[in-house]
Design a protein around this ligand. Structure first.
Ligand code: PMP
Ligand code: GLN
Length: 415
C-alpha cells in the first residue's frame, strides 16, 4: 500500500510575511547592550526617576478599591471625562468624553489602532523622516505603503528648528492613494516642534488631497519657550480630519503603565474603537483610574508646568556636556531627546554596518554611555543622512546625567 502523500518537501515556516522582515527594535537592542555592559543608558527614552507621589498613591488606591475587572472598551468614564476636562481648552472646543476619546494601550496602540481603522491595503501613508519607528511597521501590517519625506537641515544646524520640510517635496508625495499623513510634534528623535506656519502649509495640502492626519503629540508637555505646542487639530478645517495621540507614560513618567489616548471627532473615534475592541478590547482598569486622578489634579498642582521646567533644566545640563566634549548638539525645542554630531570620532565601522550604529555600539561598550543611532528612524534610501549623528535622552536623574558627563570627559581635550 502506498503511504499517504506528505508535505515534507515544503519547509516548515509558520511566520507571516507581514512580520518576517522586522528586526528587534533599536531600543530593545541598545537597552540590552547597556545592561550587559554596565553603560549609563542615555539611549531608550524612559525616566529612571520615580513617578510623582500623587500619581503612585492614586494607583495604590485604585488597586485597594478592587477595581479589577474589564474597563469600558473606549476608556473608563472617569478617565475620558478627565481627559475632556484637560484637553477641551487646549482644543478650543468642548470635547465629548464618550464619543471623541478612545483610551489605548499606550500611544503605541493608538498608532496601530488608528492605522488599522483608516488604512486600506494599497493605501499610501506619508511619513516625515525622522519618524518614530512604529509608524512604518503599523502601516505595513495594515497592508499600506509608507511614502517618506525627509526633514532637511543645513549641515551645521545648531537648532532643530533649522530642519524643515521642503513643501514642494511634500506636495509631490501626495497621490490619489494617499490616505493618511503622520505628524509627530514635538518630534522624536530631533526635538523639532512644528511651527504654526509649517502646520498651516501641511493642513492646506491634506485638505486639498482629502487626507487624514495622525498627530502624535506624546511629548506635548515638553516644549521649551519660546517654542509653543500648536495642535494641528485646532487649525481651521482640521478638527474633522485629525486624530491626536497622547501618553500618560511620558506625561507622568510611567512608561510601563502603557496608558494612552486618541482624541478625534466621533466618526474617526468610532472607527478607532472598532479596531481597538479587537486588539486589547479594553485597557488596565486600575491604571486608567490612577491616570484619571492624576489628570484631575494636575492643573491645580501646576504639574504640567513643573514637568516642562524640570525637563528644560535637564536639557541645559546635557547640552552643556555635549558642547564641552565637542559633540555639537542640535538644540531641541521639545521632547526629551538631543541629536548630536559624532563626526569628530574616528571609530572603525565594520563592513556592512552603518556608521551611526557602529558609533553608538562603540559609545555604549567602550565609553560606557549608551546612545541611539538615528538611522532606524529613516527609510533605507535616506539612512545615510544620519551617518554622523546619534541621540541621547535626558529623561534621567541628574546623578545619571553627571555620571555620563564624567565618562564623556575623555573627549574634552581631543581636537
Ligand atoms: N510616539 C512617539 C513619538 C514616541 O516616542 C513614543 C515613545 N515610546 C510613543 C509614541 C509610544 O508611546 P507609549 O509608550 O505611550 O506607547
Ligand atoms: N519612545 C522611546 C524612545 O524613543 C522608546 C519606546 C520603545 O522602546 N518602544 O526612546
Amino acid at each position: 500500500m502506498q503511504a499517504p502523500a506528505t508535505h515534507q518537501s515544503k519547509p516548515y515556516d509558520p511566520v507571516a510575511s507581514r512580520v518576517r522582515g522586522f528586526g528587534t527594535t533599536v531600543f530593545a537592542e541598545f537597552t540590552a547592550l547597556a545592561n550587559a555592559t554596565g553603560a549609563v543608558n542615555l539611549g531608550q527614552g524612559f525616566p529612571n526617576f520615580p513617578a510623582p507621589d500623587f500619581v503612585k498613591e492614586a494607583a495604590q488606591q485604585a488597586i485597594a478599591a478592587d477595581l479589577n475587572q474589564y474597563a469600558r472598551s473606549a476608556g473608563q468614564p472617569r478617565l475620558v471625562q478627565a481627559l475632556a476636562q484637560v484637553y477641551s481648552p487646549l482644543f478650543g472646543r468642548s470635547l465629548d468624553p464618550m464619543q471623541e476619546i478612545v483610551v489605548t494601550v499606550g500611544a503605541t496602540e493608538g498608532i496601530f489602532a488608528t492605522i488599522q481603522a483608516l488604512v486600506e491595503p494599497g493605501d499610501e501613508v506619508i511619513l516625515i523622516e525622522p519618524f518614530y519607528d512604529s509608524y512604518p511597521a503599523a502601516v505595513i501590517m495594515a497592508g499600506g505603503r509608507p511614502v517618506y519625506v525627509p526633514l532637511r537641515g543645513p549641515a551645521q544646524a545648531r537648532s532643530a528648528a533649522e530642519w524643515t520640510l521642503d513643501m514642494t517635496e511634500l506636495a509631490a508625495a501626495f497621490s490619489p492613494r494617499t490616505k493618511l499623513l503622520v505628524l509627530n510634534t514635538p518630534l522624536n528623535p530631533l526635538g523639532k516642534v512644528f511651527e504654526r506656519d509649517e502646520l498651516t502649509q501641511i493642513a492646506a495640502l491634506v485638505q486639498a488631497h482629502n487626507v487624514t492626519v495622525l498627530s502624535d503629540e506624546v511629548y506635548e508637555w515638553m516644549v521649551y519657550a519660546p517654542a509653543e505646542q500648536v495642535r494641528i487639530a485646532t487649525l481651521p478645517g482640521m478638527w474633522e480630519r485629525t486624530v491626536t495621540l497622547g501618553s500618560a507614560g511620558k506625561t507622568y513618567s510611567v512608561t510601563g503603565w502603557k496608558i494612552g489616548w486618541a482624541i478625534a471627532p466621533a466618526n474617526l473615534s468610532y472607527a478607532i474603537l472598532m479596531a481597538h475592541q479587537w486588539i486589547p478590547f479594553a485597557v488596565s482598569t486600575p491604571m486608567q483610574e490612577a491616570v484619571a486622578t492624576a489628570l484631575e489634579q494636575s492643573k491645580a498642582r501646576g504639574y504640567f508646568d513643573w514637568l516642562g521646567s524640570m525637563y528644560q533644566a535637564k536639557r541645559e545640563r546635557l547640552l552643556a556636556v555635549l558642547d564641552e566634549v565637542g559633540f555639537t548638539p542640535i538644540v531641541p525645542d521639545g521632547s526629551y531627546f538631543i541629536i548630536f554630531d559624532t563626526s569628530r570620532l574616528d571609530v572603525p565601522v565594520p563592513a556592512g554596518e552603518r556608521r551611526d550604529v557602529a558609533i553608538c555600539r562603540w559609545l555604549t561598550r567602550e565609553v560606557g554611555v549608551a546612545a541611539i543611532p538615528p538611522s532606524p528612524f529613516y527609510s533605507p534610501a535616506h539612512q545615510h543622512l544620519t551617518d554622523n549623528l546619534a541621540r541621547f535622552t535626558f529623561c534621567k536623574t541628574d546623578d545619571m546625567l553627571d555620571e555620563a558627563a564624567r565618562r564623556l570627559q575623555r573627549f574634552k581635550h581631543r581636537s
